[in-house]
Design a binder for this molecule. Structure first.
Ligand code: ZN
Length: 109
């Protein structure tokens, strides 16, 4: 085992499975719903929107961020989770404690 690698928690695995299901639902939705025209397109949008809302809600309630400046650990709301610029492990956020904007590192709650 390579110990320098990031350890995956059950939650990370759940997130990955959830993402995979979401992608599968979108692909299947695209294949079966799009040929149906109007309502099919609407249905696909519904799947996309629902999946996105579920995913962001799940993410914002299960992950927290650590401020680079003061190491303060804080959670963010749904909108910040959805709209803040981000990389796979960091997010550009304003720290509620010191007020500085940094690329806060994602961490467990
Ligand atoms: Zn801070």
């Amino acid at each position: 085992m390579n110990k320098t690698k990031k350890k995956f928690t059950k939650r990370d695995i759940f997130t990955a499975i959830f993402l995979a299901l979401f992608v599968a639902a979108v692909i299947l939705g695209g294949v079966f719903l799009l040929p149906k025209g109007g309502f099919g397109v609407l249905g696909l949008f519904g799947i996309l929107l629902l999946g996105l809302v579920l995913l962001v809600t799940w993410h914002s309630t299960n992950y927290a961020y650590v401020c680079k400046e003061c190491k303060h650990n804080f959670r963010i709301n749904f909108y910040k989770d959805l709209f803040a610029p981000q990389t796979t492990t960091t997010k550009y956020l304003k720290c509620p404690k010191c007020g500085k904007k940094t690329w806060a590192k994602e961490t467990s709650r």
